[in-house]
Design a protein. Structure first.
Length: 505
């Protein structure tokens, strides 16, 4: 079997021969008029019509003075029916004749001009009158049968993976539909999309370790945002009433099947609404996005959980955080101590870290319960000590007006009635800062500018957010399979070093 270098060298030889013929192997202009899928789906309307179809060559077969070239575009595959002709070939326009077919390879991009016909075997085709080369490929695409299944190789060369594996190509199309459906739903419900900064002087809105960078112009360190929350809530102070943003956020944490350090997320904030209205909107949002992305509301997740999002006239159940902990472990989370909880963690084989405090330990007990819950359901009655940014319940100040969407053993979304009392917010930031000073790197930093913004007045509001983890869950894939280009350790393989000796001597 020929090596990659030998195959590439052969294509380089063909490239030089094309240039000697006067062919520009990489012209700037294409003239496509029709998509393959449109022709195949409406042959009666297309039959006899002159079309120009462009795409990547998937296969080439030549039989004497006949050739069959199959090309693929984003809508499907179609055949070029190529016969020898007496007409001149305009190499200067990047045209090729059937006699030049030896200079083409699977993987090249071409366009074909001619009428739509059906061959004697009944295959819809373009009766080729002119073929132009649009881009000469120098590396052959592997096939799944060739063994292009190595997970890391597929992630490093996702542009190859999507060509080889149609299911992967379709996945990222659904990912785009997922975010478009999210955006469309919010715009339809009169939310305003506002892009907020990625670089922040103080990261906030979540418990996470941030990435740090340096801005030379200000000679100051900044943080890549861990959440969209605080800038969007400043917009409520500014007078906007329904705002959202969709974009990347960054959390300097380890990879897992459910988490990536960089991922896309959405957050919305709604003035004059509370958490009950937020739950109603969330049910409608998630169901609408599922309908438009997958066309179903029933899913079997990668972890084995089965989820049904239900009908529009039903509501998801509500589960009380303190009651779940009490029923499972016999722990009253408001009347216990770290010393009492630590043995329970050990008994249930839950890892205890050096800097764990009581709130962290209570949260770990909850996460042990969470994995058994399929949902959908809303987790409510979340204690104030676990959420420094949410309003407390009027008759139970130790509980917040927060709800988390439980789906497939995890928390897919989080929302709450926003805290708009500047003095209360300042007090909670101080407590978070004490936890941070004690070694909790994920505790939130003091953001005095945000406190000052609240002092100008922010209306009562509900805020909500989900990340593309919701997409990964319903799609049934791991986090790194769920994004086109996951971060990997930067490496140069030996084949690449061989192919570019000027760089790697």
């Amino acid at each position: 079997m020929a090596t990659l270098k030998e195959l590439r060298d052969e294509r380089l030889r063909k490239l030089e021969e094309l240039k000697e013929l006067g062919v520009n192997p990489y012209p700037a202009t294409a003239h496509r008029t029709h998509l393959a899928g449109d022709i195949l789906g409406a042959f009666e309307e297309s039959e006899g019509k002159q079309v120009v179809v462009a795409g990547r060559i998937k296969s080439i077969r030549k039989f004497g003075k006949l050739a069959f070239v199959v090309v693929r575009d984003r809508t499907g595959e179609i055949q070029f029916f190529w016969r020898a002709q007496d007409t001149a070939v305009d190499y200067g326009a990047s045209e090729l004749g059937i006699g030049d077919i030896r200079l083409l390879d699977v993987g090249d991009f071409v366009e074909g001009y001619g009428p739509v016909i059906k061959t004697q075997t009944g295959e819809v085709s373009v009766d080729l009158q002119t073929l132009r080369l649009l881009s000469k490929s120098l590396r052959p695409l592997p096939t799944e049968q060739d063994g292009f299944t190595n997970k890391e190789e597929r992630m490093r060369r996702r542009y190859v993976d999507t060509n080889v594996n149609q299911t992967v190509m379709e996945r990222y199309m659904r990912r785009s539909h997922f975010w478009q459906a999210t955006r469309d739903f919010l715009l339809t419900n009169e939310f305003l999309e506002v892009n907020v900064p990625v670089l922040e002087a103080v990261p906030g809105g979540a418990d996470a370790n941030p990435f740090v960078t340096h801005m030379d112009a200000l000679d100051q360190d900044f943080y890549l945002r861990i959440s969209h929350e605080l800038p969007l809530k400043r917009l409520l102070v500014a007078g906007y009433e329904k705002v959202f943003d969709i974009g990347p956020r960054f959390r300097n944490e380890n990879y897992s099947d459910e988490h990536l350090p960089e991922h896309v997320a959405m957050e919305w904030y709604w003035a004059y609404a509370d958490w009950n209205e937020g739950m109603d909107l969330t049910e409608r949002l998630v169901r609408t996005v599922a309908d438009k992305t997958w066309g179903t509301r029933s899913f079997k997740l990668l972890n084995g959980h089965e989820v049904d999002l239900g009908t529009d006239d039903t509501h998801w159940p509500r589960l009380s955080f303190p009651k779940l902990i009490l029923d499972k472990y016999g722990v009253d989370i408001f009347n216990t101590s770290l010393e009492e909880v630590q043995p329970i963690l050990k008994e249930h084989k839950i890892e205890l870290e050096k800097f764990d405090n009581l709130p962290r330990c209570i949260d770990k007990l909850w996460k042990k319960i969470r994995v058994e819950l399929s949902g959908p359901a809303f987790l409510v009655d979340i204690p104030t000590f676990l959420q420094p940014l949410a309003k407390t319940q009027p008759n139970s100040p130790h509980l917040t007006e927060q709800f988390n969407l439980i789906l497939g053993g995890t928390e897919a979304c989080k929302a709450y009635s926003e805290l708009n009392d500047p003095l209360d917010q300042y007090s909670r930031f101080l407590e978070q800062q004490r936890m941070r000073d004690a070694g909790d790197v994920e505790a939130q930093m003091m953001d005095i500018d945000y406190v000052e913004a609240l002092e100008y007045g922010m209306p009562p509001a509900c805020g909500f957010g989900y990340s593309e983890r919701l997409f990964w869950m319903l799609e049934g894939v791991t986090a790194r399979e769920g994004v086109p280009f996951p971060q990997l350790r930067h490496e140069i393989d030996e084949t690449t070093k061989t192919l570019y000796p000027e760089l790697y001597r």
